[in-house]
Design a binder for this molecule. Structure first.
Ligand SMILES: CCOCCOc1ccc(-c2cn(C[C@@H]3NC[C@@H](O)[C@H]3O)nn2)cc1
Length: 448
C-alpha cells in the first residue's frame, strides 16, 4: 500500500452555492435573481428546471449540517444570496435574510465547522441586471454596499471570504457564450462584465480592510488547463489563450495591476477593448490573502481559426469522461498549481473539485466508484503539489450533495450525497464514506 499523508492542519471540506441548494425562492423576503429569470426562459435550462425548491436547504440546513458532521469535514464553503440580503439590489436591507444566515452560520460553528463564505455565486438581483448588470458601475457600488452589510454582520463569525466564484463563468460563459445567466453573446459585453466584477472585487477588499473585518479574503477563479495537440507554435499559443482567459485575465489585474498584454491585443484585433477608468487598476490590485481555485478537467487543444474568439479547439482524445462529458485528467490540477506560482507562493485552497457521476440509488446506496476514483486521483495530485512546496491549505469537494447544475438542471449530479428531488431525502453515497475515511485518517491509501 502507498500512503499519502496530508499536513495536520490541512482543511477538508465540501462546497455548495445558494441558488443551487436553498430553494425557498419566494420566502424570507428574497428578491428575484438573474437565475430565477434565466431558468424561466424557455430553452435555457434542461427540462425547464429551476431553483424554486432545489434541495430545500433553506428549510433543511440543520439536516445538511448533521450530514457534514457525519462526514467529518472541518470546513464548509457556501454562498450568501444577495437577493435575500438586499432584495432589490441596492435598496432596503432585509433583516429576515440576515437572520437566516446567522442561524445557519451559528449552527455550523456549533458543529465545529469553519464557514467559508462566497459573497457572489452568480445570483445577481434581477433589478440590477435590468440596469446593465456588471457593465454598470451602479452594480459595482451596490455590490460594495451588500458586501459591507455582510462584513459588518458576520465579522468574528466568518473568517474565510471569497468575493466572486468563477469570474470566467460570470463574464465569458454567461455573456460571450450565452450558456449561463443572463445569456448575452457579445465579446465587448463579456469584457465589460469581467472588468466590472474586478473593480467590484477590489472595492470590496478595500472595504473589508477599512472595516477591520476578521479573517482572510480572496477570489475563486475556475482553472482551465490545456496542452497542445502538436509541437507547433500555433497550437501552444492557442493553449496559452485558453489558459489565460480563465486565469491571467483575472489574476494579472489582481496580482500585477494590469491585464495580460498579449490577450488585450488579441481582443483588440477582435474589435474589443477594456473599459478601464482612472484608478481602476489600483483598486483591483488590492492585496488579497488567499486564492480559491476550482478545477474539474483539462483539454488537448489546437489552433483553429474557426474555433471561437480564442481560435483554440479542444479535441476529443478518447479519454474516460464523467457523465457531463469532461475528461478525467488529474495531472492538469498539478500543472495549474505550478502555473499559479508565477503570482508567488500564495495561500491556495481547492475550493471546488468533483465529478459528475449520475449513478442512482440501488439497495439504499449509490455505488459511485467512478467518483471515488476521480477524487482519489485528484487528491493525490494535491498531495504531489504540497510535496513540491506549494502553499496548498485545503480541499473542498464539489459538492456536498446533488443540486441544481445550472443549464444542466438536475440531470447532472456532483454530490457526495444523493438527493431525491421529489422527496428531498438525502442518501450518502459510497464516495461520502470514502471521503469520510480520508478526512478521519488525513491520508489517502492506494494499492501499490
Ligand atoms: C458553448 C460551450 O459551452 C460549454 C459549457 O461550458 C461550461 C464550462 C464550465 C462549466 C462549469 C460548471 N462548473 C461546475 C460549477 N462550478 C461552480 C459550481 O456552481 C458548480 O456547479 N464549473 N464549470 C459549465 C459549462
Amino acid at each position: 500500500m502507498t500512503f499519502f499523508h496530508f499536513p495536520k492542519d490541512f482543511k477538508w471540506g465540501t462546497a455548495t452555492a445558494s441558488y443551487q441548494i436553498e430553494g425557498a425562492y419566494n420566502e424570507g423576503g428574497r428578491g428575484m435573481s438573474i437565475w430565477d429569470t434565466f431558468s424561466r426562459t424557455p430553452g435555457k435550462v434542461f427540462n425547464g428546471d429551476n431553483g424554486d425548491i432545489a434541495c430545500d436547504s433553506y428549510h433543511r440546513y440543520e439536516e445538511d449540517i448533521e450530514l457534514m458532521k457525519k462526514l467529518g469535514i472541518n470546513t464548509y464553503r457556501f454562498s450568501i444570496a444577495w437577493p435575500r440580503i438586499i432584495p432589490d439590489g441596492d435598496g432596503e436591507i432585509n433583516r429576515e435574510g440576515l437572520d437566516f444566515y446567522h442561524r445557519f452560520v451559528d449552527k455550523l460553528l456549533e458543529a465545529g465547522i469553519e464557514p467559508f463564505c462566497t459573497l457572489y455565486h452568480w445570483d445577481l438581483p434581477q433589478t440590477l441586471q435590468d440596469e446593465g448588470g456588471w457593465e454598470n458601475r451602479r452594480t459595482v457600488e451596490a455590490f460594495v454596499k451588500y458586501a459591507e452589510v455582510i462584513f459588518k454582520e458576520f465579522s468574528g463569525k466568518i473568517n474565510y471570504w471569497l468575493t466572486f466564484n468563477e469570474p470566467w463563468c460570470i463574464a465569458f460563459l454567461s455573456n460571450l457564450l450565452g450558456v449561463h445567466a443572463p445569456g448575452n453573446q457579445d465579446l465587448q459585453t463579456s469584457i465589460n462584465v469581467a472588468h466590472g466584477l474586478l473593480v467590484a472585487h477590489g472595492k470590496a477588499v478595500k472595504k473589508f480592510r477599512e472595516l477591520g473585518t476578521t479573517g482572510e479574503i480572496g477570489i475563486a477563479p475556475n482553472m482551465a488547463w490545456a496542452v497542445p495537440y502538436s509541437k507547433s507554435r500555433e497550437d501552444q499559443e492557442a493553449c496559452d489563450r485558453t489558459i489565460a482567459l480563465n486565469t491571467d485575465w483575472f489574476l494579472d489585474p489582481i496580482y500585477k495591476g494590469h491585464y495580460p498584454q498579449f490577450m488585450v491585443e488579441w481582443f483588440e484585433q477582435a474589435g474589443a477593448t477594456v473599459p478601464i477608468q482612472e484608478g481602476d487598476m489600483e483598486i483591483i490590485s488590492q492585496p488579497i490573502d488567499l486564492l480559491g481555485i476550482n478545477y474539474y478537467t483539462m483539454g488537448v487543444n489546437r489552433y483553429n481559426p474557426e474555433a471561437g474568439v480564442l481560435q483554440s479547439e479542444e479535441l476529443n482524445m478518447g479519454l474516460p469522461v464523467t457523465d457531463i462529458g469532461w475528461p478525467v485528467e488529474s495531472r492538469g490540477l498539478y500543472e495549474v498549481l505550478h502555473y499559479l506560482q508565477k503570482y508567488g507562493n500564495v495561500p491556495i485552497y481547492i475550493t471546488e473539485n468533483g465529478a459528475c457521476i449520475n449513478d442512482g440509488i440501488e439497495k439504499d446506496t449509490v455505488a459511485d466508484y467512478r467518483r471515488i476514483s476521480y477524487l482519489q486521483q485528484h487528491m493525490i495530485q494535491v498531495h504531489r503539489a504540497i510535496n513540491d512546496g506549494i502553499n496548498l491549505k485545503g480541499y473542498m469537494a464539489w459538492s456536498l450533495m446533488d443540486n441544481f447544475e445550472w443549464a444542466e438542471g438536475y440531470r447532472m449530479r456532483f454530490g457526495l450525497v444523493h438527493v431525491d428531488y421529489r422527496s428531498l431525502v438525502r442518501t450518502p453515497k459510497e464516495s461520502f464514506y470514502w471521503y469520510q475515511n480520508v478526512i478521519k485518517n488525513n491520508w489517502i491509501e492506494t494499492r501499490t
